[in-house]
Design a protein around this ligand. Structure first.
Ligand SMILES: [Zn+2]
Length: 285
């Protein structure tokens, strides 16, 4: 498929690191397949201080800028404490210290968004596996705090959580209400095709880009009220553990060729929703 295809193609959860498996070439492959923009999400680093967290965020911001400059791909940057970072700190330091740490990390993420260096607080949320009741309660309290900071600085949050059904979407919606964050500023990463009103409860599903998921999402939301993602992690020891880096453009352009996805839907998924969430492409007026 031609790299200068007429439609914008966005991967809403893309990890790419300079010392990764493919590094910048992952973005080049995405672009060669027709990709035009990514949400570039910070990877966990399991640092132990807020200062070190900020350093990892600034490295991530800098690499995003390099991707933009060297490829021309639009990069929206997401930074925030990955839920397992405070969880791990709590194992040795206890939850009071871990909660202070995570709040400090949310404050750093909010500041970077305020400065225009990042565009989303993510991926944040709670562990994707069962934890004790204290870890669960603390993680929920932290997420609500993070949602409040996102509201303060006018950016969305991107949620990393356990497997999510409409019940959890309703729960996160209520949490956003309490934090004063509009529900359509809450992106559910690694989401199934929960695209109907009673399924998404106002949140924005970032749907894993498998063919059947996309078909279900289009059937449930013909107007294209969702995003697509790979969760590509660029991990040398686990290549393609989630999906190859060029999956979203391959799927989108393939389904368009079959007539299963219209140009209008492609624009909604690939440009309108990303811009509504993150703002204009960095570097654009
Ligand atoms: Zn991720």
């Amino acid at each position: 498929m031609s790299p200068d295809a007429a439609v914008p193609v966005h991967d809403n959860h893309f990890h790419c690191k300079p010392d990764g498996w493919k590094g910048l070439d992952a973005v080049r492959e995405f672009q060669a397949a027709g990709g035009t923009s990514i949400a570039h999400v910070r990877l966990p680093a399991y640092v132990r201080t807020v200062e070190d967290f900020e350093r990892t965020c600034r490295d991530h911001v800098a690499f995003g800028r390099r991707i933009r400059e060297e490829t021309g791909v639009t990069v929206w940057t997401a930074v925030g404490p990955y839920p397992l970072e405070p969880l791990k700190l709590a194992e040795t330091e206890g939850w009071d210290a871990a909660e202070d740490f995570a709040r400090g990390c949310f404050d750093v993420a909010a500041r970077l968004c305020e400065e225009g260096l990042a565009h989303c607080i993510g991926e944040v949320g709670r562990p994707h596996f069962e934890v004790d009741s204290e870890a669960w309660a603390r993680s929920n309290a932290l997420l609500e705090y993070g949602m409040g900071r996102a509201r303060d600085v006018g950016v969305p949050v991107m949620l990393h959580t356990e497997h999510t059904e409409p019940t959890q979407m309703a729960e996160f919606g209520a949490m956003a209400d309490r934090a004063g964050l509009a529900r359509d500023r809450v992106i559910k990463h690694y989401c199934g095709p929960l695209v109907r009103d009673p399924e998404h409860h106002g949140l924005v599903p970032s749907v894993i880009a498998g063919r059947s998921n996309i078909r279900k999402a289009l059937a449930g939301s013909p107007e294209g009220r969702f995003l697509l993602e790979t969760d590509y992690i660029d991990e040398p020891t686990r290549p393609n553990v989630v999906m190859p880096c060029d999956t979203v453009p391959k799927r989108v352009l393939g389904l368009m060729q079959n007539g299963e996805l219209s140009e209008q839907q492609a624009w909604s998924i690939g440009s309108e929703w990303p811009k509504r969430l993150y703002g204009p492409a960095p570097g654009e007026a």
